[in-house]
Design a protein around this ligand. Structure first.
Ligand code: PDD
Length: 284
């Protein structure tokens, strides 16, 4: 069966879905989004993702077109219409400020938001990242002051991720005001002497749902952890670095700016928490 997508109230074959070039998502990147893992047919931490979507809508003064219950139904309908994508999927939601007749920076009046939802097979685990670990570079932050909102205006993230790729790396760790914040498409953790640290939530980083799940696993399993600022020198001198996201789950990083982190191999504590992650992700 061809993939079905949801667009503005209707499920339809993906190739029939189209939106206006006047859509503000296209013209201004004026929208918000979510990426939700689906494990064994069940959306992972759905309420948390939908709450963050609400927060992103509020943050850009966009009226959320659906209630929590309506969103849940849309998400489950899209999953049910795409059983061919497999038991594990990656579901994408986008809401934009709609398609007015004319391009104008000011918010349009009486224009319905555009709602798009699609799903696809969950990306295969990257065996190289799992066995060798990710390569990181660090860079100054170039994004704006509202990084806690998951907006579709992602050109800065795109440039940063490409910068990593062009430097033979997988991700870039972003430094703002002298502290580590997050990466271009993931959150980060460091381990030093058995203690896991991740930067505290602020407007300078996305409050990752995977990050929260990892913190929950750490607490549940009595693994020492804290949310605290990380200086670049701590990043360089730590034993392990991990990165987390809805598509990469929890990955070890083993190189930073071409120098090994710790032993230069995926760390023992990462292995322990990754195993917990895999064992618990079907229950959330
Ligand atoms: N991005 N920080 C940034 C800048 C991100 O783009 C993401 C995820 C995260 C991790 O958040 P979560 O654990 O909720 O996925 C942190 C998604 C996957 C994306 O843009 O495709």
């Amino acid at each position: 069966m061809p993939a079905s997508v949801y667009l503005n109230g209707e499920l339809m074959p993906a190739e029939q879905a189209s939106i206006s070039p006047m859509d503000r998502g296209f013209l201004f990147g004026d929208g918000v989004y979510e990426v939700i893992p689906v494990y064994n047919g069940q959306p992972f931490c759905l309420v948390q993702h939908l709450r963050r979507l609400q927060n992103s809508c509020d943050g850009i003064q966009l009226t959320n077109p659906y209630s929590l219950a309506q969103w849940k139904k849309v998400v489950l309908d899209v999953i049910a219409a795409n059983v061919d994508a497999g038991h594990d999927q990656s579901l994408y939601i986008q809401v934009t400020r709609g398609a007015p007749a004319a391009r104008d920076h000011l918010f349009p009046e009486s224009v319905q938001p555009t709602v798009f939802v699609q799903t696809k097979a969950f990306p295969k685990s990257d065996e190289r990242l799992l066995s060798e670990g990710a390569k990181l570079i660090s860079s100054d932050e170039i994004r704006w002051q509202m990084c806690h909102l998951k907006t579709t205006s992602l050109v800065a993230n795109v440039l940063l991720k490409q910068q990593a790729h062009d430097n033979n790396a997988d991700e870039v760790v972003l430094i703002r005001d002298g502290y580590v914040q997050e990466c271009s498409v993931s959150n980060c953790f460091i381990v030093k002497d058995g203690v896991v640290t991740t930067p505290p939530k602020s407007n300078h980083l996305l409050p990752g749902i995977t990050r929260d799940f990892v913190l929950h696993l750490l607490a549940k399993n009595n693994i020492q952890h804290r949310e605290a600022s990380i200086a670049p020198v701590e990043l360089e001198g730590c034993d392990e670095i991990w990165i987390s996201s809805s598509t990469k789950e929890l990955m070890p990083a083993t190189m930073l700016n071409e120098k090994p982190i710790g032993t230069g191999k995926p760390g023992e504590l990462w292995r322990q928490v990754y195993t917990l992650f895999q064992a618990n992700k079907y229950d959330e």
